[in-house]
Design a protein around this ligand. Sequence first.
Ligand code: 13P
Ligand code: SF4
Length: 330
Amino acid sequence: MLSTHPQLDELYDRVKAHVPPVEWAVMSPLIEKIWRLKTERKAVILAHNYQTPEIYYGVADFTGDSLALAQQAAQSQAEVIVMAGVHFMAETTKLLNPKATVLIPDARAGCSLAESITGADVRRLRQQYPGVPVVTYVNTSAEVKAESDICCTSGNALKVVESLGVDRVLFIPDQYLAANVARETRVEILTYAGSCMVHEQFTPQDLREIRSLHPGVKLVAHPECPPEVVDEADMSGSTAGMVEYLKRERPAKVALITECSMSDNLMSQFPETEFVRPCNMCPYMKRITLEKIARSLETLTVPVEIDPALAQRARRSVERMLQVGRQKGK
Ligand code: 13P
Ligand code: SF4
């Protein structure tokens, strides 16, 4: 689809595999509106790798996995930060950049992991396992982070666990990420019954079928998948780890065992790679749309506010994680 804006034409080339011309006719004025609003509001948009291509390529100033977005949030000088991601990511942004106005375009963009556990649950676990440090996946509320010793993401979970120098940790709330980390360390990992509704759906049989239907395919699984799924894969890593793997290995054929937009976004960056696409959609990530981002910038909604005393405790867990950094290859 042609437009008078050369940047828009370039952009359409990147997204046209996923956006038919009739939809582009609706999206492109919204994209231009968001560009204008970002300048007016001195705003930036952080977008997770699971956002749709028109957001990822069209309006985001920075894209990445949960760890990269947290690092970016901490550094940003913008007055307004729009989180094109889910609510816990917006909360993490607010914790790390309390002076900025942090907006989530749809407050219902939750997460099955974040919803699986409360602060009271963590306090109960601490009573059950006195003295055992609590390592909490960032996919949790600020309230849960406030009850924790340190956070982690899928890009640094092993490094965070080993940084504590203890024999035993409580690793919450993702039972599968916990089980995958447990296989790589001598630290005893106690966990909780949370799971990601996107990644728990993949089965080892799915991966075996992909291999038999697509000879030579490389399988890359997110560590929120059950360990028996990760066992069938050639590599496991965070969404940023997946990008690194593609850059490094340049596989002829790949299947990313994760959320659907991951392959959609990477297809145009890696045109020589064939993407087999056995994906599951995250309904929470998909609550964020161009319309809602535009409205969010226009009306400065929905602002993320965290009680200052709680924020201080939650921030400590996230900052402690950032000091540990990313583990190699993840
Ligand atoms: P990462 O991008 O950190 O791998 O996280 C995946 C995810 O499920 C975020 O919600
Ligand atoms: Fe939560 Fe899973 Fe969706 Fe990520 S993909 S936001 S972990 S439900």
